[in-house]
Design a protein around this ligand. Structure first.
Ligand SMILES: O=c1ccn([C@@H]2O[C@H](COP(=O)(O)OP(=O)(O)O[C@H]3O[C@H](CO)[C@@H](O)[C@H](O)[C@H]3O)[C@@H](O)[C@H]2O)c(=O)[nH]1
Ligand SMILES: [Mn+2]
Length: 727
């Protein structure tokens, strides 16, 4: 992609300078549109080929063959249309840049209150030390401390997490000062002290290490030290003796009250564990967000809300100011409801084996969405206006609410029964019932007339922890694809409900993600048909030397070259792109397929979708393999059985076809040689699956594919081949 002349749109006239600028692409865009048109032209040619070709006389063509041909036509129409929908994300991208200096000149310290909501749910897979690092990083944000409040919602209801937070409250006094005095970056002490060899202040480093050691010991022993209990008696006394993760009263403790301009100058810090009872559904993260919205409205009532997952520390201390440049801008900013930052990770390896970075989504697609009306709300790293997330329509006046109440009285707001018969989870707050509560909430906000903005400052705003093994990644992707597909079928469907409320381009943008789950079926069928027909010797594509081959070849080469160029442009490596292709395939043939079937089952009332929390820690050996980019299998999972069977099937089909080619004389081989494209596709699938074969057949370590899965996969693939032979 070429660097084109940049044009800053000056929508702002008059005296006040805007707080942000929007840059559009011009030159490259025209070239891109030409290119896209040429690809689409060729896609149409391939459809045409499928329609006219069966009409040609050929006595070998049985009814069965015609059926396959028809299926191929349908699949190619699907791929072509989906490709078209995806272009909406590249049609009109924008980039935002902010002027924080203007913001400080205009507002100084007179900024709105900012409440940060950090969510955690499980002290085992979300270690308390990681959680408090996130908390400390936001406490040290570049923001007036009396205006900043950090709330930790603990769905694990864990004394260990509370203990860690109490420790952090103590350490924060030193840490926040230290960060501001030396302008430290990043402001997560863990990340800061582990990245810098020349640490500025070894005393602070020492204090941090001691605190970290205490927290880690407590976590390991699963026991809070007695001194800490005594020191923070009021907090710990809120745990009943029979309290469990799923059954306990509300626990609310204001650890630091920084509301008044005081001498210590550190932000307010609050611990909340909302009431949980087994007979009440808690609605996962959405439920905790809503409890936080209510509780915080009685404590600091920040006009702006930032939501962070417990693993996402603030990596750029200016992010809050950057977001405010958008939200406080007097002109264009007024219609923007939320500012989403990308999800980046600090635990990725060079070639991103599991494609967790979603590079192209973060660097290309979300800018495309922004150009069409605004990015999706994707949970963590998003700044909201409180009243909008609570349900205000665009154009309605904002209400000032500044009623501050004592902690004991606030607790009832976080009780299980508070929401009964209310609009919470429906028209108010974050919506319930969807595994991607954030996306559906954001869509509903946009449908109320609001826009949103996407900000990607040079220094990444927030950094989180990406899944470090294949299974976790597939499970996470299943939740996402399932959630997005449910939105498509829900009453808030971008196709029906959003019609006329948001731009057509944005509707298409939503569809790209909402169609992830259903797109699994065509990909599965296409890959199966191509390799099985190669195995049977049935040609599915035009002969390599025929004219018809040109559109097929062009589409295949153009689409993949473009995707590679885009990936490299986004800062990826060649290997990273290849890994990404593998994950593209694996997501579709496992996560998305399961997401698709589960959604259908849910619609039929057979199953319920749950929120499986992603682990943020790995055991030592597995972590080593992750560093070396060795694919991790290890668990017996139906997803692996599926991937294994498909992989084996591909291998057998390809091997059989190669053998046949070698055994026939050169004259007879003509038949096979006409199947050039089919050979290439199946061959590429085999190469793509190499780490899978290694994991199934060659490796000996603990991360290899479990033997049972390998055996079952081979048996299934062999039976399928046998069946096909006799068909
Ligand atoms: O019952 C629950 C379950 C989860 N969480 C928290 O929700 C966050 C996200 O959970 P995680 O397991 O890390 O899921 P991810 O798939 O990584 O999360 C992404 O996808 C989610 C669903 O779209 C969004 O909510 C997240 O913000 C987004 O980062 C974490 O902080 C959890 O502690 C809760 O507070 N309560
Ligand atoms: Mn996460």
């Amino acid at each position: 992609m070429a660097k084109e002349d940049n044009r800053f749109s000056s929508a702002h006239e008059g005296d006040r300078e805007p707080l942000f600028a929007t840059r559009r692409r011009t030159g490259g865009l025209i070239a891109f549109r030409f290119f896209a048109a040429s690809v689409f032209g060729c896609i149409c040619c391939t459809w045409f080929y499928r329609v006219v070709e069966p009409l040609e006389k050929d006595e070998n063509r049985t009814g069965f063959f015609r059926l396959i041909w028809l299926v191929m036509l349908i699949l190619e129409i699907w791929f072509g249309l989906y490709w078209l929908v995806v272009q909406s994300l590249r049609w009109n991208p924008v980039w935002r840049s902010t002027f924080t200096d203007r913001l400080s000149r205009r507002y100084g310290n007179d900024l709105p209150r900012l409440d940060v909501f950090v969510c955690t749910a499980d002290p085992v897979i979300e270690p308390p030390l990681m959680v408090v690092n996130t908390v400390l990083s936001v406490m040290a944000l570049d923001y007036p401390p009396e205006k900043l409040a950090v709330y930790l919602s603990d769905d694990g209801g864990s004394q260990l997490t509370f203990y860690a937070l109490a420790e952090a409250a103590e350490f924060a006094k030193t840490w926040v000062m230290f960060c501001k005095r030396f302008d430290v970056e990043p402001r997560s002490p863990g990340a800061y002290f582990s990245s810098k060899s020349n640490v500025l202040d070894s005393e602070v480093a020492e204090l941090y290490r001691e605190m970290a050691a205490r927290i880690e010991t407590a976590t390991k022993l699963r026991r809070v030290p007695e001194e800490a209990r005594l020191k923070c008696r009021e907090g710990f006394s809120q745990w009943d003796s029979d309290a469990t993760q799923r059954n306990h009263a509300t626990i609310l403790q204001i650890l630091i009250d920084g509301r008044k301009e005081n001498t210590i100058a550190i932000p307010t810090l609050v611990y909340l564990s909302r009431e949980k009872r087994p007979e009440h559904h808690h609605h996962y993260k959405a439920g905790s967000m809503n409890a936080l919205l209510r509780v915080s409205s009685k404590i600091t009532c920040g006009r702006i809300i930032l939501n962070l997952d417990c693993d996402m520390y603030a990596n750029n201390s200016k992010s809050a100011l950057e977001a405010l440049c958008i939200l406080l801008d007097e002109k264009e900013g007024k219609e923007i409801a939320f500012v989403q930052f990308p999800q980046f990770y600090d635990n990725l390896t060079r070639n991103d084996l599991y494609g967790s970075m979603m590079r192209v989504i973060a660097h290309v697609e979300f800018n495309g969405l922004d150009g069409n009306g605004g990015p999706l709300y994707i949970g963590t790293g998003c700044f909201h206006r409180r009243d909008v997330i609570c349900g205000r329509k665009y154009g309605e006046e904002e209400e000032e609410e500044d009623e501050i109440v004592e902690a004991e009285k606030i607790k009832s707001l976080a009780s299980c029964t508070y929401e009964k018969g209310s609009e919470w989870g429906k028209e108010m707050g974050v919506k319930y019932g969807c595994p991607v509560e954030d996306v559906i909430t954001g869509l509903a906000i946009q449908c109320r007339g609001w826009k949103s903005a996407y900000l990607t400052p040079k220094k990444e705003a927030f950094l989180g922890v990406a899944p470090t093994n294949l299974h976790q990644m597939l499970v996470q992707q299943k939740r996402w694809s399932e959630g997005d597909f449910q939105i498509l079928l829900s009453e808030y469907s971008p196709v029906w409900y959003a019609q006329g409320k948001i731009s057509f381009g944005l509707i298409l943008g939503y569809c790209c993600y909402c169609l992830w789950a259903p797109s699994s079926v065509p990909v599965l069928l296409y890959s199966l048909l191509t390799s099985l027909c190669l195995f049977k010797g049935i040609p599915l594509f035009p002969k390599v030397w025929s004219w018809w081959f040109i559109p097929f070849g062009y589409v295949a080469i153009a689409v993949n070259t473009y995707s590679l160029a885009e990936f490299l442009w986004c800062g990826g490596t060649l290997r990273g792109w290849w890994n990404e292709q593998r994950m593209w395939l694996y997501r579709r043939t496992s996560s998305f397929l399961f997401g698709f079937t589960d959604t259908i089952l849910k619609k039929l009332g057979v199953s319920e979708s749950a929120f499986v929390i992603t682990a943020k820690v790995a055991e030592e050996e597995a972590a080593e393999r992750y560093e070396k980019e060795v694919m991790e299998f290890g668990v017996e999972s139906p997803m692996f059985l599926l991937l294994g069977t498909l992989g084996m099937l591909n291998l057998f089909c390809f091997a059989a076809a190669v053998m046949r080619l070698m055994m026939t004389t050169s004259r007879e081989a003509g038949g096979d040689l006409t199947m050039g494209l089919q050979f290439v596709i199946t061959g590429l699938l085999v190469v793509l699956n190499w780490p899978l074969y290694q994991g199934m057949l060659l490796r000996k370590d603990k991360g290899k594919m479990p033997v049972m899965v390998t055996v079952k996969s081979v048996v299934l693939a062999l039976s399928a081949c046998t069946f096909i032979v006799f068909l």
